[in-house]
Design a protein around this ligand. Structure first.
Ligand code: FMN
Length: 374
């Protein structure tokens, strides 16, 4: 009974000290941002509320889920009037830049490199971010740099500004996708619609659709590439998130190839690569095929929609020192012009049928209207 009274009093104090209205909060001032790529939901839950929020969220968006667990099991953070929870938070507050101030968590093997969007779901403890989640964010801050991040905070009743401040302190180099969402005891049962509306403000639909494409530019012409989904392509996309990559490739009779300037995680398989295929060779070389070859490679993707002869021309087959730029966004400028169309000397009537020799009037040749008088 005494414990319950203490918690209720403490809750009341927290409620008075923190903002108390039901509103979403912004960890930083970036607002909505155009996002590409895959989403990771990372959460910690002591009594199960955040887990329920994760389940609701992942029924609405496509995302991978990572649960953070304390290394020491069976601890009761609420015991002795929340003494342990308080002690953990006080240690962090006293020395927030020291790794030893943070409670140990189970090792996390999930690499963040393939994720562009990260949603943190955390409980509030004493108007701060739960200590266990703080441990994870402290140790993964450098991996999170440059990612698009947002947050859902679950509390009994206290406002979440303290948690938002913790997030800003722990992740100084992320781009906040928008406002954090506060879910509390009085609206937890209504979380599905709260989350649905919140997601709309984050523009997540866009985020789900664009990661499987990158662009290759050679000599001012650009072609889209459909990626396969593996660790190598996730790492490549993550690297391209920072800046486009330009490599110098050389001809090898059936491909252009050369160093990518970085190693990607391999998933080699014996295959016969076909014209248009893009693969990773020996972990750090990129090969783009205009003819076929059998070898053990890691698949990266395929150039969209070019015939073999168009590929030869686009890839500058037979040349050396070919500058190839990989990027996430389509550069503005001229796209690849299909070589057949350039060579097409056929003339068409306005009805789209082939114009016979001697046809007079308006004809269309190579997309241009011409008036043939004789
Ligand atoms: C150590 C500790 C401290 C807490 N402090 C507060 C508080 O200050 N204000 C509040 O409204 N809720 C507080 N809570 C309640 C949790 O924020 C709330 O129950 C939340 O939904 C828990 O999420 P979970 O079930 O995923 O662990 C505290 C809970 C614990 C365990």
């Amino acid at each position: 009974m005494q414990k319950i009274l203490f918690f209720l009093t403490a809750m009341l104090l927290c409620c008075c000290s923190a903002d108390n209205e039901m509103k979403a909060e912004t960890p930083a001032n970036t607002g909505n941002t155009s996002k590409t790529g895959k989403t990771l939901v990372v959460y910690y839950s002591y009594t199960g509320n955040c887990r329920e929020i994760v389940n609701t969220l992942t029924s609405q968006i496509e995302a991978d889920v990572l649960e953070i667990q304390p290394a020491e099991k069976g601890l009761r953070y609420e015991a002795n009037n929340y003494a342990l929870g308080t002690q953990l938070l006080n240690a962090i507050k006293a020395n927030p830049n020291n790794v030893n101030s943070y409670p140990a968590i189970d090792p996390v093997t999930t690499s963040l490199s393939g994720y562009q969007n990260i949603i943190i779901i955390t409980p509030l403890w004493w108007s701060q971010m739960a200590a266990i989640m703080q441990s994870y964010l402290f140790q993964s801050a450098s991996q999170m740099a440059g990612k698009h991040v947002s947050m859902i905070v679950s509390s009994h009743s206290s406002g979440i500004s303290g948690v938002v401040n913790d997030a800003k302190r722990l992740l100084p180099n992320v781009t906040w996708m928008g406002d954090a969402l506060w879910i509390n005891a009085s609206n937890h049962s209504n979380r599905a619609s709260l989350i649905e509306n919140w997601l709309k403000t984050l523009n997540f639909d866009k985020a789900q659709t664009t990661m499987d494409k990158i662009y290759i530019t050679i000599g001012g012409q650009t072609q889209s590439v459909t990626l396969v989904d593996n660790n190598a392509t996730r790492e490549l996309v993550a690297a391209l998130q920072d800046t486009p990559i330009t490599v110098t490739l050389n001809d090898n009779n059936f491909e252009i190839w050369g160093s990518l300037g970085r190693s990607l995680t391999t998933k080699n398989e014996q295959m016969t690569a076909q014209a248009g295929d893009i693969v990773l060779y020996n972990g750090s070389n990129i090969c783009i095929f205009y003819d076929s070859n059998s070898w053990s490679y890691t698949r990266l993707g395929q150039i969209d929609g070019l015939s073999e002869s168009e590929l030869r021309s686009f890839l500058k087959a037979g040349e050396n020192n070919i500058k190839v730029t990989l990027s996430l966004n389509k550069p503005t400028g001229i796209n690849t012009i299909k070589s057949e169309k350039l060579k097409d000397k056929s003339c068409y009537t306005l009805q789209g049928t082939l114009a016979q020799a001697g046809h007079k009037g308006i004809i269309i040749q190579n997309g241009k209207k011409i008036i043939r008088r004789k």
